[in-house]
Design a protein around this ligand. Structure first.
Ligand code: G3P
Ligand code: CA
Length: 238
């Protein structure tokens, strides 16, 4: 079972920060999952929410702030300085570091609330620049965005994110050209995993933090789980 650290190691470290990604690498995750938004001046920033409020204790939308303004913030709000100040990283900063590691990276395009101009192209060009195209999975709840990414590069791996039951998700995924299912784990069952396997689609449910559930998903045949606790899950499957 492959382990992807959700937002790094979000259960133990400030989510979507360098220290969280480094922790996922330290404990042996095969890859990390991260979220991408675009700033007012076109920089790709690694943060989950459209707003900075929850993770920094400050206020504002990423789309309305410049890179310089965002970089002044501290994303360690929830952890109350336990790990020192943790800036919101740019995607470039994370990819530059990933290139020095063997990690895989699941980039979630967070364009399901706001449209970010040319997001897919900007991400693809960055992946080419850092030589990471073969170590990436692009995912999104906005499946049109995945279709756009494939239209620019038909060989870029994509995965549909979904949180509710879909009819025949394996058929649907192929209809939008995707290579994998990234479902909320609650939507999965044996029939779906078997059909996906038959059609050579990988299945990587999120966000799996419970050991019994992880074991059940492994027995179902899932390829990977995306978890806030990569250390705990690594111990379970090593
Ligand atoms: O990629 C899996 C998961 O991260 C999707 O949901 O809301 O945690 O970004 P969310
Ligand atoms: Ca995500």
């Amino acid at each position: 079972m492959e382990i992807y650290g959700h937002r790094g190691s979000a259960g133990t470290h400030p989510e979507n920060t360098m220290i969280s990604f480094q922790e996922a690498a330290r404990v042996g995750a095969i890859g990390i999952e991260l979220d991408v938004h675009m700033s007012k001046d076109g920089e790709l920033m690694v943060i989950h929410d459209e707003k900075v409020d929850r993770t920094t204790g400050q206020k504002g939308y990423i789309k309305d702030m410049t890179y310089a303004q965002i970089r002044k913030l501290d994303a360690s709000y929830k952890f109350k300085k336990k790990y020192g100040a943790c800036p919101i990283p740019s995607l470039a900063e994370v990819l530059e570091w990933i290139a020095t590691t063997p990690l895989l990276v699941n980039i979630e395009l967070k364009n399901n609330v706001f449209e970010y101009r040319n997001l897919e192209l900007v991400v693809l060009n960055m992946l080419y620049h850092y030589g990471l195209k073969d170590r990436v999975i692009l995912s999104s709840f906005n499946h049109n965005s995945l279709v756009r990414a494939k239209s620019f590069d038909s060989t870029i791996p994509t995965a549909i994110l979904y949180s509710y039951q879909l009819f025949e998700p394996w058929t649907y995924a192929q209809s939008v050209g995707a290579d994998a299912l990234h479902p909320n784990f609650r939507t999965l069952n044996d029939v779906i995993v078997s059909a996906a396997q038959h059609d050579r689609l990988a299945v990587r449910p999120y966000t799996v933090n419970n050991a019994d559930k992880a074991t059940e998903l492994f027995q179902m045949g899932c390829d990977a789980i995306i978890t806030d606790y990569p250390e705990k899950m690594r111990a379970l499957f090593s």
